[in-house]
Ligand binder design. Structure first.
Ligand code: SF4
Ligand code: SF4
Length: 135
């Protein structure tokens, strides 16, 4: 099997899994950018939601893995409410996170936190963050 065919197989699998987990048909996205314009976290994202949809459509899983967008997404549902194609982008972000965590790849490593840092962190936010970012 050539490298190109192998990569295509992996990327098709990523698309299939995101669709299966999120229940969303990403192929319906026509790149209007309404989701990006509606996102309150936009300035903190390495790529806006519209770009994330493009990467999924083109099966660019390697690029997707490098971006902070699914992890910074606050699950506020603004994008989902305004998407003219009715795509629940919040669920897509969740699916991307789950795919990563199922590989046992943590986004934060609790054991790396210093005790003096933990003391100053709001406990509920910290537990919530661990639930979202650790496998
Ligand atoms: S709002 Fe919907 S259709 Fe428009 S770019 Fe975002 S996901 Fe695609
Ligand atoms: S759910 Fe996430 S991506 Fe969508 S608008 Fe809110 S923060 Fe942005």
């Amino acid at each position: 099997m050539s490298l190109l065919i192998a990569l295509r197989t992996i990327n098709d699998e990523m698309r299939r899994k995101i669709k299966e987990i999120s229940g969303q048909d990403i192929s319906k996205c026509f790149q209007c950018g309404t989701c990006s314009a509606s996102c309150p976290m936009e300035e903190h994202l390495q790529a806006p939601p519209r770009r994330i949809m493009t990467l999924i459509q083109f099966g660019q899983s390697e690029a997707l893995d490098l971006l902070n967008t699914p992890w910074v997404c606050a699950s506020c549902h603004n994008c989902m409410v305004r998407c003219p194609r009715g795509i629940d982008i919040t669920r897509v972000m969740e699916a991307i996170r789950l795919l990563r965590l199922r590989q046992n790849i943590n986004q934060v490593e609790p054991s790396n936190l210093q005790p003096e840092e933990v003391v100053d962190l709001p406990q509920i936010a910290m537990v919530s963050g661990f639930r979202k970012m650790t496998s």
